[in-house]
Design a protein around this ligand. Structure first.
Ligand SMILES: Cc1cc2nc3c(=O)[nH]c(=O)nc-3n(C[C@H](O)[C@H](O)[C@H](O)COP(=O)(O)O)c2cc1C
Ligand SMILES: [Mn+2]
Length: 484
């Protein structure tokens, strides 16, 4: 377990120790320049994590790219840096079975400095203006937003982009199926503002659970404990009744006022486009800021895959989906992947050991119906002999085991991303979805056949056992200088 990582600083130290960090000591402008450097370092191949030590006009450094690659995610979660993705996904799915409640401590580093009311000024932090076509400076690109269900006391954490409006106002964008939206609507019904807290710069386990689509009622901080193998420490907010990670760099406390909206967007997004335009969105009124001594600001640039967003979502979506199938007792799922390069928000691959005819369709429907499936558009289900990390094998499966008229399922008018540029502008948020069941059919029109040696499907090409054994025995004699 990642015993030595408990906050952003200890993670940065670990990255530096592994040669994964570049300290940028030259002065860099928060307006466009910092974003352009971060963009260049996305690669491919991926560049190092970046710590901008001297941002023009500010004393606070900016950190980005900490979780851009699987190796860095492995380091964050205490895996050996060479661990393969399938092993990490399965182990994290297992860890998520044991939620650990946070331990409440009296105070912590995030309380070292406090400003209230008129003294609040979020402009004191070096919030980047990532790219020129963004509608403004984005303060929330790799942050954690906490709200609490007024009925049950369930506290949620999620990452929903936040634009900076002025010294004590930010904009926030969330889709109607997100947990913050469910909770915010309860406060609206009671005619009360929604108390809210935001952390910027956090333990990477907290960052990862905040972008994981757990079911409603699950507290992400319990899951951060599960991922780390030990509870995270939390403190009470100064002005809000919320549990906040004690080691966070920066904490913003405030409320979403009733009915107030300001223009938000556009923003260069995970689709690779500035989709969505400028629209009136809810705001956060900031009442209090606390931060560590010499805080580190954390952000992330989005865009065409692969960015940090895609690497992390690909990983956390897969772990959570494996855990979800297991908890539901769904049979035969042997692996789930969300290819980062396609945009994991929109595509998933599920491998199953099939035992009944509609199992592939069921696996796809179950994923689409889960919280994690709300953004998802395309699910491809394959048999368990297919390597779900090899796009060629996936295409081979589609091309040889799939007939569109019988194994392609399309639904319309589903809830989905508000940023998908393939949807007509005024319809964004409503989308088609597709399940491709690329597993061998098991319907009665595929009976056992003599031509296939009594099997339902043709045998795979390979030399017979006898010939293979002969070749192994005589291998040295052939003089083929090649080690296989
Ligand atoms: C960098 C990044 C930015 C995100 N921005 C948004 C956003 O602006 N709005 C949104 O609804 N979801 C956004 N998401 C997705 C949510 O964080 C994700 O669906 C998460 O599960 C939401 O938490 P919840 O399930 O507790 O509501 C973003 C994810 C990442 C990684
Ligand atoms: Mn949630």
């Amino acid at each position: 377990m990642a015993d030595n990582i408990y906050d952003l600083r200890s993670f940065i130290e670990r990255l530096e120790h592994e040669g994964e960090l570049a300290r940028v000591k030259a002065e860099v402008d928060w307006k466009y320049e910092l974003g352009a450097i971060a963009f260049k370092c996305l690669g491919p191949p991926a560049g190092p994590a970046l710590l901008f030590e001297k941002v023009k006009g500010y004393a606070t450094p900016v950190f980005t790219g900490g979780l851009l690659t699987l190796k860095r995610i492995a380091l964050a979660l205490g895996f050996h840096p060479g661990t393969d993705e399938a092993t990490m996904v399965k182990e994290c799915a297992r860890r998520l079975e044991t939620p650990m409640k946070p331990s409440l401590v009296k105070t912590g580093p995030c309380k070292e400095n406090k400003q209230f009311g008129k003294d609040v000024n979020v402009l004191k932090f070096p919030v980047p203006w990532w790219t020129e076509k963004d509608g403004g400076r984005y303060i929330g690109t790799w942050h954690q937003v906490m709200v609490k269900d007024p009925d049950s006391g369930w506290q949620n954490a999620g990452t929903y982009r936040m634009m900076l409006h002025d010294a004590n106002t930010c904009g926030i964008l969330f889709s109607p199926f997100q947990h913050i939206s469910l909770i915010h609507h309860k406060y609206l019904k009671m005619n009360k503002p929604t108390p809210i807290a935001i952390t910027i710069g956090n333990d990477p386990a907290c960052e990862l659970v905040s972008i994981t689509p757990f079911p409603a009622g699950v507290s992400e901080w319990d899951m951060a404990g599960a991922l780390r193998g030990r509870p995270i420490e939390v403190v009470k907010g100064e002005t809000v009744d919320l549990l906040i990670p004690a080691n966070a760099e920066i904490v913003i406390e405030g409320e979403i006022p009733i009915g107030e909206r300001r223009q938000e967007g556009p923003f260069g997004e995970h689709t690779g486009f500035y989709g969505g335009g400028k629209r009136p969105m809810p705001i956060v009124r900031v009442n209090c800021v606390t931060h560590r001594n010499e805080p580190i600001f954390r952000g992330s640039i989005l865009g065409k895959p692969v960015t940090e967003d895609h690497s992390c979502l690909s990983f956390v979506f897969a772990s959570q989906a494996m855990a979800m199938y297991k908890a539901a007792g769904f049979p035969g799922v042997t692996g789930v992947s969300y290819p980062a390069g396609g945009d994991p928000d929109f595509n998933a691959i599920v491998a199953i050991k099939k035992s009944y005819a509609s199992q592939g369709l069921d696996a796809g429907r179950m994923l689409l119906a889960s919280k994690g499936g709300k953004m998802l558009k395309h699910v491809i289900v394959v048999d368990d002999d297919i390597n779900i990390y090899d796009l060629n094998e996936i295409l081979w499966s589609i091309n040889t085991r799939f007939q569109a008229s019988r194994q392609l399922y399309i639904t319309r008018y589903e809830s989905g991303s508000r940023l998908d540029p393939s949807v007509p502008f005024d319809w964004m948020g409503i989308t088609d979805k597709m399940i491709m069941d690329a597993t061998w059919p098991m319907t009665p029109d595929f009976p056992p056949r003599e031509e296939y040696g009594g099997a339902v499907h043709p045998p795979a090409v390979k030399p017979g056992e006898e010939a293979r054994q002969l070749v192994e025995k005589r291998w040295q004699e052939y003089g083929i200088n090649w080690n296989k």
